[in-house]
Write a protein that binds this ligand. Structure first.
Ligand code: IPM
Ligand code: MG
Length: 389
């Protein structure tokens, strides 16, 4: 081994030591559980953060829908909107900050945030390589429970995914180590982190949800046969949590066969609640959303102890903007996220109304929301939702 590589290994070991200490410290700081929601508050501030790409397009229509639905609440001050300024890829790149401090301050002044998708800067964008804003915000506000429902009524599918949202491959994803001497040889290492507290709280959130909603089964999904420490612990801890919920059936699956199960029409409607580590949750929920009609139909809640952020599960679709078809984006994802937000802030009746309005609009126009020339537009879909309110 040459001197240069030896030096890099020394440096990597030091960096690893630092990261371990930092992650251990985080484990000891982890909060107690999911917030009760902002339902107890007499007035709730909803931050609107449109994001990038198709984000502003779907946000504009979602806001119009909410303005109509929440006319009374907005009038009485029970609910107010706060537009978050400067949460754009241009501003983030210019300031070289994943989420600029003044943007974070605006967000912190809100009770909940409705967020559009953001573009993740890559090395090709002006040489600035920032962490994903989504990932950053989830960690910054410690939004550990990523809750993603998927429903297909005709098939009896009613799934709720509890994706751990702050750990796994995402905890240190931008801080891996590469060794190389410039000859083209080398190797890269990324890190995956599972903490006991982090696993316990997401498992508890899943089982509490199952109990509160009369669900009969929770499925724990990992790759514990290969990732023996991290996924092994996640599964073990989730199984321990399960003991506190004897009325609920628990099963454990590896993520590969679960991916297969979800396309197996004979068995898939038998699943109800899933709890999974971060990256598997990311992948499996895109698959599940596709079964429901596409990622453009799925909303998600990122819930922590003091803050909650609601968003579409898809990205900012820069290609749609480049191709001049951003107006064809499906707003159902963000509107569905708004349904989850309304429930979270204690406006369950309004959430039910909106949910049924989206579902009717989807039955009528869903198949024409292709996102391709000739498809129905974002505006047309939102108009249909409003007329169903
Ligand atoms: C999601 C997205 C994000 C993730 C990306 C945009 C960073 O795919 O919310 O599922 O990987 O979590
Ligand atoms: Mg994803």
């Amino acid at each position: 081994m040459n001197k240069e590589i030896e030096k890099q290994i020394e440096e990597a070991a030091l960096k690893f030591k630092e990261m371990l200490a930092e992650q251990y410290e985080r484990n000891s700081r982890i909060g107690a559980g999911v917030s009760a929601g902002a339902s107890g508050k007499s007035s709730v501030v909803i931050g609107l953060a449109p994001g990038d790409g198709i984000g502003p397009v779907i946000m504009e229509e979602t806001k119009a829908v909410l303005e109509e639905l929440l006319k009374e609440e907005l009038g009485s001050g029970r609910v107010s909107f706060k537009e978050i300024e400067g949460f754009t890829i241009e501003n983030r790149l210019a300031k070289e900050e994943t989420v600029p401090k003044d943007v974070l301050a605006q967000m912190e002044a809100c009770d909940v945030i409705l967020k559009g998708p953001t573009t993740t800067p890559n090395a090709a964008m002006g040489g600035v390589n920032l962490e994903s804003a989504n990932v950053f915000l989830r960690k910054y506000f410690d939004l550990f429970a990523n809750v993603r429902p998927v429903k297909v009524d005709e098939e009896g599918i009613d799934w709720t995914f509890f994706r751990e949202n702050t750990e796994g491959e995402y905890a240190l994803g931008s801080r891996g180590i590469r060794l190389g001497d410039g000859t083209g040889d080398g190797l890269s290492v990324d890190f995956k982190v599972t903490t006991a507290e982090g696993s316990r709280r997401i498992a508890k959130a899943a089982y509490d949800f199952a109990r509160a909603n009369g669900k009969k089964k929770v499925s724990i999904v990992t790759k514990a046969n290969i990732m023996k420490k991290t996924d092994g612990d996640f599964q073990q801890i989730a199984l321990e949590v399960a003991k506190g919920y004897p009325e609920i059936e628990t099963d454990t699956w590896f993520v590969d066969i679960m991916a297969a199960n979800l396309v197996n029409k004979d068995i898939r409607s038998g699943f109800e609640v899933f709890v999974l580590p971060n990256l598997y949750g990311d992948i499996i929920t895109d698959e599940a959303a596709q079964i429901q009609g596409g990622v453009g139909t799925a909303g998600s809640a990122n819930i922590g102890t003091d803050m909650a952020m609601f968003e579409a599960i898809h990205g900012s679709a820069p290609r749609m903007v480049e191709d001049g078809i951003a107006h064809l984006a499906n707003p159902a994802s963000l509107i569905t996220a708004a349904v989850m937000m309304l429930r979270h802030i204690g406006l369950g009746d309004k959430a039910d109304r909106l949910e049924s309005a989206v579902s009717k609009a989807d039955a009528k126009l869903g198949s024409m929301m292709t996102g391709l020339p000739g498809g129905k537009s974002c505006k047309e879909f939102a108009k249909e939702v409003r007329s169903n309110l």
